[in-house]
Design a protein around this ligand. Structure first.
Ligand code: NAD
Length: 334
């Protein structure tokens, strides 16, 4: 079978993780990579046997790519996706899709017009607990979801998280997009489309960010459920977990990762616990890439579309608007 030729734009930690994911797949070959950081690019190209380009447009013009992975900071996603789609190259773009809904709309339009696949890297759909909770609710065994709570808290992000672009909402989308695109996507995936968003936020006095560091978002889902997301980068006692209470039972996942993580289940008189370690999943990054490349080969719509990436951005943008204007914000945003 001829392999798909793949290029990677952005050779930072996420570009490297995605490149490793590609090496586990038979159907692709990493042909080229681009980064403005020459040292990083050289290192990446020698590790993955790729041809390096300082200018991603030159890579698009001369590398003969079938598909590309965009793993640059979010404010660059739009121009890169537009250039790739214009050249007829299928695109896997990291989350958040872009920092604004307007950018997402432009990206969807160009990919539709040029008939290229666009998948957004909402990788939590392939994580053990996220996917098990989704499957359980979708099975109907618990009845309709009524209330979903998710919290993702951390005590400030050091190291790679201190990059300048992450401190600016126009560049990263703020934590609600850059980090919580995952949780927002998870909540929408489980409970459906969101009708209305409310939020409150607070900044730490020493914050370097130009957006709130801790936010509580409420979501009113179109099908009647309610949701709450607690996002924080000022919580030295970190936490990542939540629960879904349905008409006929509850799924409680106090911690999604790490020792003891799993899902407590109560339905009618039955209680059970599924340890995360018992839920067998493919390495999530490899899984998301595999289904993206398969969608190209079978000419099908990728499982996580531009519409999905856009929806997470829209909910986060509505939450920031709610904080700024101290009101509930109706979706769709106008
Ligand atoms: N799925 C996940 O769980 C996950 C985790 C981390 C990051 N991400 C996402 O992946 C993306 C990248 O994150 P990161 O942590 O690797 O960021 P990063 O800033 O460490 O790396 C981005 C790379 O892009 C390069 N770059 C910047 N401008 C460029 C240009 N014009 N042409 C080519 N390369 C350019 C930078 O030099 C840098 O090496 C972001 O969208 C981020 O939100 C996703």
């Amino acid at each position: 079978m001829a392999k798909l030729s793949v290029g990677i734009i952005g050779c930072g930690p996420m570009g490297q993780s995605l490149a490793k994911g590609c090496t586990a797949l038979q159907q692709v070959e990493i042909k080229a990579a681009s980064d403005v950081n020459q040292e990083l690019l050289d290192q990446f190209c020698s590790q993955f046997a790729a041809k390096g380009y300082a200018d991603y447009r030159e890579m698009i013009d001369s590398a003969g790519l079938d598909a590309a992975i965009v793993a640059s900071p979010p404010f660059l996603h739009r121009e890169m996706v537009e250039a790739l789609a214009d050249a007829g190259v299928h695109v896997f773009c990291e989350k958040p899709m872009a920092p604004t809904v307007a950018d997402c709309d432009a990206m969807i339009e160009v990919c539709d017009n040029k008939d290229v696949k666009l998948m957004i890297g909402q990788v939590c759909r392939y994580h053990a607990i996220h996917s098990k909770v989704k499957d359980a609710v979708a099975s109907g065994d618990f009845g309709k979801p009524l209330c979903m709570i998710v919290r993702r808290l951390g005590g400030g992000f050091g190291g790679i998280w201190r990059k300048e672009w992450r401190t600016k909402r126009a560049m990263s989308g703020g934590n609600l997009m850059e980090i919580n695109a995952h949780e927002i996507d998870f909540m929408r995936w489980v409970c459906g489309e969101v009708a209305r968003v409310g939020a409150v936020g607070v900044a730490h006095p020493d914050s370097k960010n130009d957006y709130p560091d801790a936010v509580v978002v409420t979501m009113h889902f179109r099908d009647g459920a309610i949701g709450s997301l607690h996002s924080s980068s000022i919580s030295p006692i970190s936490a990542y977990g939540g629960r879904v209470d349905c008409e006929g039972g509850s799924l409680h996942f106090p911690s999604i990762w790490g020792e003891g993580s799993g899902i407590h289940i109560k339905r009618e008189d039955e209680t059970s616990f599924i340890a995360a370690s018992e839920i067998k999943v493919e390495t999530p990054v490899t899984h998301e890439l595999r289904v993206f490349f398969d969608s190209i080969l079978s000419d099908e719509t990728p499982p996580v579309t531009g519409k999905d990436g856009r929806a997470a951005v829209e909910i986060a943008q509505a939450a920031y608007l709610s904080i700024e204007e101290k009101r509930l914000v109706e979706l769709p945003l106008r």
